[in-house]
Design a protein around this ligand. Sequence first.
Ligand SMILES: Nc1nc2c(ncn2[C@@H]2O[C@H](COP(=O)(O)OP(=O)(O)O)[C@@H](O)[C@H]2O)c(=O)[nH]1
Ligand SMILES: [Mg+2]
Ligand SMILES: [Zn+2]
Length: 353
Amino acid sequence: MPVPDSRALPSLEPHAAASPARVARVDAGAVLVVPGVEPGEEPRRAVLPRGGLVPSDDGEDLAPTVGDDVLVVEDDELRLVRVLPRRSALVRDSAGRTSRTQALAANVDVVLVVEHLDPAPHLGRVERLLTLAWGSGARPVVVLTKADLVPDAEALHRDVAAVALGADVHTVSVPTDVGLAPLRALLEPGVTLVAVGPSGAGKSTLVNALAGTEVMATGERRADGRGRHTTTHRELVGLPGGAWLIDTPGVRGIGLVADDDALDATFADVVELAHRCRFRDCRHTEEPGCAVREAIDSGELPARRLDSWRRLAREAAYQARRGDARLAADERARWKKIVREHRGDIRPDPYRR
Ligand SMILES: Nc1nc2c(ncn2[C@@H]2O[C@H](COP(=O)(O)OP(=O)(O)O)[C@@H](O)[C@H]2O)c(=O)[nH]1
Ligand SMILES: [Mg+2]
Ligand SMILES: [Zn+2]
């Protein structure tokens, strides 16, 4: 029985009157866009199609995210009609049952992995965010904040640098304006930076310092003493110099989406050792001639590095399997619906948008 494939229908009408814009913020059913692709313009509200998904160039409908380059059409309201190809995307596992992953930010050049020195930096979190960053296609840069609050920032810097192979690590103190110059140097015209890290790490404070003006509310106690300002939305800010900054709220336990390349980049030291194991499929447990275990025994490799690599690799593999299962379930549901509609059990409502 021939079954019509709903995906084969032409869904991408040409948009002669469309103009380019960039997504600055996503709300339910609408987004804030910055008109044009130059920073420094006032954001405007653009509505999304029902369901929130927008056609993209590869034919798949996407949930637009902060940093997306898009096309908008102005008629009685401003409508977002197309998501342009992403050159990078910071993606995490989403809790939702239907969509597999969530893009936290798109078209990013530098991922600032922000971690505080006080309380002491959490190495496992840095490794997780670095893996996410390596997987995005953007370059990770680690920023250690609150250097003014600890007696020995250098020792902590060394500890973090040892798990941040291939990434620059900068230690900063925003209130005393220490260490910010190399970060300001990243703000070239057209470059987009996103700050990720736990709540309270100092992301918004850093974004404000780099912007040179208070563009984001920070965790300072409010003057009226009622609670604290914290970042609740991911938000893109265009700087007068032409660079873009994206601030994010601290997401508790970012679900890891990572391929082997991203894991290998983060754990380049373990991978390098593993190449020297006698057996190619060495699991670095009891095998003779295991270079990884030898390095741990000699103190060359901290045991926590191997544990951390295993934990993140397991999590990434689990996410991938779960993603496959969800994709298969979506596909089954789609075919069931198509078959039912074809039989006439359910007549498609022509007035349904
Ligand atoms: N002493 C000190 N405090 C900082 C520094 N950076 C941020 N803070 C403070 O840390 C708190 C949380 O900062 P915030 O930028 O809101 O963190 P976010 O949740 O990552 O955006 C605020 O009270 C900031 O003033 C720093 O370099 N030194
Ligand atoms: Mg914040
Ligand atoms: Zn081994």
